[in-house]
Design a binder for this molecule. Structure first.
Ligand SMILES: [Fe+2]
Ligand SMILES: [Fe+2]
Length: 462
């Protein structure tokens, strides 16, 4: 005999055999283990299609934030803000990667994801990037866009089905792990700007303007009720273009008339080419890789939308260069220096800033990073032999990073140019020779003079 049990959620009744039902209950009673109860229940607000629509917008915002912050790396003067921004570029690119993978799992083709564009989001991003200075940039990126995304992610976690859509929840939670320190840092940084004299009313007016613009496109999800769009936008009169000049804050002394620290110092601190000189140059080069943050961040903007993997790798390299800068800064302290007493080399960023990305990338990757790898083995061996623990420790990690950069650089360069390697290197040498001559860092001593690879590695370094 079976018994029909009406089911509220379905017009089809359950057909149960009472003896089987009773036997199941008895087996459950006798089963000895009381495992933790999973309290999640079926049900959520979204279909797979609606999930994909929202995640695609999240992906697009994250991708555009990574690119957009990249475009500001040259223009941010304050050391701490430049470094932190370099890190945030990767947090956003990595969020984009996670969302992209989740979208792909839910049957959105990678081609569709990578080619997704939204003109309204673009307007918002370009207006946000039209900040007049770094405090306005932080206001827009973190307290308008970042804050709105964080809220949207939390809501999505609450609203989607916790069982059927658990992977989306996990992805969003992992993204939020980066958001929490990022937004908290941004709030403190903006407070520091205000305490240091930046007009709070100006920043607040800018925040309000961008918040209204975001509301006019239905918020980050596009699903909110739309508010009227602000009457005028900065980009209406002037489209956004990235800066080309590397900026430093007032604690730094800078030079760009030479690539050589000893020449810049006037009086060398150590015997040139001695171990003391080489280790000191290495540490200074690391701190001055603040210019590598600028290089790779800028490339991310300049080659935007050509290839997601290349963008992702550039974002990761940018973060690595932030670490190298921090390593250099801290190592200077360890060696007994005030990091701001050592002038900062602006030579390479001054040349690369306005340059086409393929040549700037060829310079930093094929000459600079490759050049580091050539000399770093010897430095590590010597540091170890002399028990120079700080330099041995940091150069060991930096070698691993730079080798990785050289490897990733191959794909990035392919995305940037169709030129043959020989031609690319030749043109790069010509352009940098020209630039170094114009800066007075070298004197042309013959017609059609072009720096050799070795000279370029030495003069620009990385
Ligand atoms: Fe580096
Ligand atoms: Fe590097």
């Amino acid at each position: 005999m079976s018994r029909e049990i009406p089911v509220l959620s379905s017009p089809i009744p359950a057909v149960s055999f009472p003896e089987q039902r009773a036997a199941a209950a008895e087996r459950r009673r006798q089963f000895p283990f009381r495992f933790p109860r999973d309290e999640r229940r079926l049900g959520g607000k979204f279909t797979v299609a609606e999930n994909a629509r929202r995640l695609l917008r999240f992906f697009y915002f994250e991708r555009r934030l990574a690119q957009g912050l990249g475009s500001w790396t040259l223009s941010i003067p304050e050391f701490e803000v430049k470094i932190e921004t370099g890190r945030h570029i990767f947090w956003h690119a990595d969020a984009a990667r996670r969302l992209r993978e989740r979208l792909h799992e839910q049957e959105t083709r990678l081609h569709t994801i990578d080619n997704f564009r939204d003109a309204e989001i673009d307007t918002f991003i370009e207006e946000m990037l039209s900040a007049t200075d770094a405090p306005e940039l932080l206001m827009g990126v973190h307290l308008v866009a970042g804050q709105a995304l964080e809220t949207a992610y939390r809501h999505h976690i609450d609203d989607t089905d916790p069982v059927t859509d658990a992977p989306t929840i996990r992805v969003l939670r992992q993204i939020l792990l980066d958001y929490e320190p990022m937004l908290s840092w941004a709030r403190q940084a903006i407070a520091a700007y205000i305490e240091g004299g930046i007009d709070e009313a100006r920043l607040e007016a800018w925040r309000w303007h961008l918040a209204r613009l975001l509301a006019s496109i239905g918020g980050v999800t596009g699903a909110d009720e739309r508010a009227p769009r602000p009457a005028t936008l900065r980009i209406d009169s002037q489209p956004y273009v990235r800066g080309t000049v590397p900026r430093r804050d007032s604690r730094f002394e800078t030079f760009h008339h030479t690539g050589d620290y000893n020449v810049a110092d006037g009086t060398p601190r150590y015997e040139p080419e001695s171990y003391e000189d080489k280790r000191f140059r290495f540490v200074r080069t690391q701190r001055d890789e603040v210019d590598a943050i600028e290089a790779f961040g800028t490339f991310l903007w300049d080659i935007r939308f050509q290839d997601f993997q290349a963008e992702y790798d550039l974002a990761r390299i940018t973060w690595d260069e932030c670490r190298h800068t921090e390593i250099g800064h801290r190592a200077m302290l360890t060696l007994g220096y005030d990091p701001f007493e050592l002038p900062n080399r602006l030579t390479s960023s001054t040349c690369r800033g306005p340059m086409e990305p393929a040549y700037a990338m060829a310079e930093i990757n094929l000459f600079g990073e490759t050049g580091v790898i050539k000399t770093i083995h010897e430095l590590i061996d010597e540091a170890r032999a002399r028990d120079d623990a700080v330099v041995a420790h940091i150069s060991d990690f930096i070698r691993a990073d730079e080798r990785t950069h050289v490897r990733k650089g191959q794909h990035i360069i392919q995305v940037m140019t169709d030129l043959e390697m020989k031609e690319l290197q030749q043109r790069t040498r010509e352009l940098f020779t020209e630039c170094l001559v114009s800066l007075g860092a070298i004197k042309p001593n013959m017609d059609a003079f072009v720096l050799s690879r070795e000279e370029l590695e030495r003069l620009i370094g990385e």
